[in-house]
Write a protein that binds this ligand. Structure first.
Ligand code: PLP
Length: 427
């Protein structure tokens, strides 16, 4: 389905579509949180259509491979406006950093090209400061690379993860510890940083102990909290707890540009010495353009105009509407689950007796993907996933990235598929 709507016709269409599936009584007023409007005729060339790239309904979440979040309208407008004028890049970087630092109650901030870039720039900064005679050249332009310099980063074994490479690209090596005693003993004259994975589901050393011991050795401590908003206050919780650097993704729950993120913390460690526009540094390939810097700032402004309660209510409302619409599906049970740390938002899990409703969740996900419009369910559908109580018998619907009215499109599709598998035609 590639119909485009002007703002007015989108609302009109949404109303008609909802009425036609018997849902007019469940409609709530459009809330600012989800109010992203499909472009109209006058918004230029539709390059997705021109390139033959399929638009999807994101019933999954802020996944990078699904282009994560849609920017709210105010952020889209700020990005478009920034595109119209050149500025001096460093002036913009510094101004955006000090504005964000003020709004997020930390000493300093840097807009990076995503959380992974923030991890690289943070590691490079710690290595730069520890090896001060080498300036910003991390890894250095000498034959031994980092081997001859201070190059050790301490991590809990259970915190090793899929973003290790963002640190390792600076030429550091990771020293693993498990117990607090091992941690204390792991510091050497070559230690440049300690690193904590905020959403880790294993590892026994607390954040507070991690920071305290690091500081006893005069070593800065970084925390990767990329996906850990909401709650909104997490944007200052971890810097105020004492982490010297905290990394956030800009394009996940904060709903900024997907290629933006934030490195928050100490002035000296967010000073962009290893970043563009300087050439021949590790961050040079991670450029954040003026549009994304402005978009990141505008997204933080947008987010700080929201409330945790308002967002939670909206997401629960979507989950409830889907569940209600599926009430006729034999044996179906639903659960709304809020993961502990990362993606801390109401997430809908659906289970049913596959002897009665004869289709596996993975097959449901495939049918949703192959249909029109194409719907992507949460990737935990049909499989266990850390932080979620899902398994081979669970359909998982991530509701928080749905746009207005899409909850009912998803509900309708699921109902069709499940009723058919139960031998009953969906009405
Ligand atoms: C998503 C994520 C990242 C990477 O974020 P980007 O903004 O896409 O670079 C890093 N660490 C964790 C824990 C994440 O969840």
């Amino acid at each position: 389905m590639t119909i485009r709507y002007s703002r007015r016709s989108f609302f009109a269409h949404a109303r008609t579509a909802l009425a036609s599936i018997g849902f007019s009584s469940l409609m709530t007023p459009m809330q600012s949180i989800g109010a992203t409007i499909s472009p109209g005729e006058d918004d230029g060339v539709d390059y997705y259509a021109k390139l033959g790239v399929q638009e999807i309904i994101n019933a999954a979440g802020t996944y990078t491979f699904l282009t994560a979040a849609i920017m709210p309208e105010s952020v889209q407008m700020a990005v478009a406006r920034a595109a119209k004028h050149p500025v001096r890049l460093e002036e913009l970087q510094l101004a955006a950093g000090s504005y964000l630092a003020k709004r997020l109650h930390c000493e300093a901030a840097l807009v990076s090209a995503g959380a992974a870039s923030a991890l690289t720039l943070g590691t490079a900064a710690c290595a730069t400061v520890a090896n001060d005679q080498h300036g910003e050249r991390i890894p250095p332009l000498i034959p031994q690379g980092m081997a001859s310099l201070k190059n050790e980063v301490i991590m809990q074994k259970g915190h090793r993860y899929g973003y290790d490479h963002a640190l390792l690209s600076c030429g550091v090596r990771i020293v693993e510890v498990e117990t607090l005693d091992e941690y204390r003993a792991a510091f050497t004259p070559k230690t440049v940083m300690t690193h904590f994975f905020n959403a880790a589901t294993s590892g026994t050393i607390s954040r507070e102990d991690w920071i305290r011991v690091s500081h006893e050795h005069n070593v800065p401590s970084m925390n990767d909290a990329a996906a850990d908003m909401p709650p909104i206050s997490n944007l200052w919780k971890y810097t105020q707890m004492g982490f010297d650097l905290v990394c956030f993704s800009g394009g996940k729950g904060i709903r900024g540009p997907q290629n933006a993120g934030m490195l928050l913390g100490k002035k000296e460690l967010t000073a962009a010495r290893n970043n563009n526009p300087i050439d021949n540094v590790v961050g040079r390939g991670q450029k954040v353009a003026k549009e994304q810097i402005v978009g990141m700032v505008a997204a933080v402004d947008w987010l700080l105009s929201q409330t945790d309660e308002g967002m939670e209510k909206e997401f629960r409302g979507r989950a409830d509407r889907i569940t209600n619409y599926l009430s006729g599906v034999p044996t179906l049970t639903s659960q709304v689950y809020v993961p502990e740390v990362a993606n801390h938002v109401p997430t809908l899990l659906l289970r049913y007796d596959q002897k009665k409703v004869k289709i596996a969740p993975l097959e449901v996900a495939k049918m949703c993907r192959d249909g029109s419009p194409s719907i992507e369910l949460h990737p935990a559908t049909g499989s266990p996933e850390p932080g979620l109580p899902s398994d081979a018998n669970t359909i998982v619907v991530g509701v928080w990235m749905l746009q207005p009215g899409q909850d009912l499109i998803v509900a309708k599709r699921l109902r069709q598929i499940l009723m058919k598998a139960a031998g009953t035609q969906a009405s």
